[in-house]
Every structure is written in structure tokens, then in C-alpha cells.
Design a protein. Structure first.
Ligand code: FES
Length: 217
């Protein structure tokens, strides 16, 4: 095979140096599920839903953070990968209190629900403690913060930093106690937030919502 070509699901495709497997697959209109990915942001590799198999590698790799190299033989979907994705979604859902959120919360708010439906992953197989807690009482007229629905994909934190340069949203605690928050865990109106709404538009679960749209419904 010549340089800058990989095998993607049995088909030879060209790539530009630096392109990730996910970007190549998307260009080829090959579906790979994602949750922490937003094309405007640096790839983060947190949710692992975008994993693919590469021939010769023992474990699946995250396609959103793996750059293609010449000669790679990639499988984007097979029994093992699909089972892996379904299990991941089942674990995410075990943490997420509500899947039936109104699309009025944001454009992206249905992403998790659609994937759970697609993979039939809403079966309660995993149960236990749930992390995160809400900030529903945040006294601002624009942004609903409902962290009971948060899956810690960090898209809101990253869009605020990378697109807006605001750093109004951040993270506190670690591991199971990780919580999306603001500076000093205060209200948004007391933070550097400009209420641009970028965080709402990228949130894949409706944990962040547009209060104005919800008011007018
Ligand atoms: S989309 Fe690749 S790890 Fe989340």
C-alpha cells in the first residue's frame, strides 16, 4: 500500500497526515458513535464510545484521538466493538437520572438518548450510587444547570475555555465525585460567564438548558 492510505472496514482510503481515524471515517460517511467529541474542540478521549479495532493491536483504541498511520487496518464496527459500546452506554445510563429531556433544552441534548435507543442500552443492568448533583436554583435568567443529567464529558468546560476563552466553567473533585462547577462553586452570574450559550449548545444530555426556550414553550 502506498503512503497515507489505510484500510477502513476493508476499503482502502487516503488520509491527510495528522487526520484521526474518526475524522477519516466521518469523511467516508462511516458512523462511529461519540459522546465527548465536538468537532470544534480538541479531541478529549474521555467517553471511549468511539473505539475501533486496529489489526495487530490487542485493545481497541479511541478513534477520535488516534492519528492514522500508513497501512493501518481499521475495523469500526464488529461484535466485540459493538458490545463494548453498549456496555459503556449502559454504565453511562446507570448514572443518568433522566433520558427523556425536551429538545428545547439544546440542539445537542438528545445525543445520549439517541445512542441509548440505538444500542438498546436502557436496561438497568448496572445500578448503584450516582454522582453529581444539581444546581437548579442557580439564579440567572438564561442557563439551566441540571447536573443530575451530567455525564462528565467536559464539553461545556472545554467549549468555554477553547472557544470563548472564558474559563467560567470548571471541574471540582476527582473520580466518582467529579462535579462540573463554576469558579468557587458559585452561581453563574457571579462567575466570568457571559451567557453566550455555547455550553448549552454542546451539552449531549440536556444537563445544561436554554431557560428562555423552555419559558416560551
Ligand atoms: S468521542 Fe472519542 S473518546 Fe469520546
Amino acid at each position: 500500500m502506498t503512503d497515507n492510505k489505510i484500510i477502513l472496514d476493508g476499503k482502502e482510503v487516503s488520509f491527510t497526515p495528522g487526520e484521526t481515524i474518526y475524522e477519516i471515517a466521518t469523511r467516508q460517511e462511516t458512523f462511529i458513535p461519540t459522546l465527548c467529541y465536538d468537532p470544534r474542540l480538541k479531541a478529549f478521549g474521555a467517553c471511549r464510545l468511539c473505539v475501533v479495532d486496529i489489526k495487530g493491536m490487542k485493545n481497541p483504541v479511541a478513534s477520535c484521538t488516534t492519528a492514522a498511520t500508513a497501512g493501518m487496518d481499521v475495523s469500526t464496527s464488529n461484535e466485540r466493538i459493538e458490545k463494548f459500546r453498549k456496555t459503556l452506554l449502559e454504565m453511562v445510563v446507570s448514572e443518568n437520572r433522566e433520558l427523556e429531556v425536551t429538545p428545547l433544552r439544546s440542539i445537542a441534548s438528545q445525543e445520549l438518548t439517541l445512542l441509548v435507543d440505538k444500542y438498546d442500552a436502557h436496561n438497568g443492568r448496572f445500578q448503584g450510587a450516582q454522582s453529581g448533583h444539581s444546581k437548579l436554583d442557580d439564579a440567572n435568567p438564561f442557563l439551566l444547570r441540571d447536573y443530575d443529567l451530567c455525564i462528565s464529558c467536559y464539553r461545556c468546560v472545554r467549549v468555554c475555555a477553547e472557544q470563548e476563552g472564558d474559563y467560567a466553567i470548571s471541574v471540582m473533585n476527582r473520580g466518582f465525585h467529579t462535579q462540573i462547577t463554576t469558579e468557587f462553586n458559585g452561581f453563574l452570574k457571579d462567575s466570568a460567564c457571559t451567557f453566550c450559550g455555547q455550553c448549552v449548545q454542546t451539552c449531549p444530555t440536556g444537563a445544561l438548558g436554554d431557560k428562555k426556550a423552555l419559558r416560551n414553550a
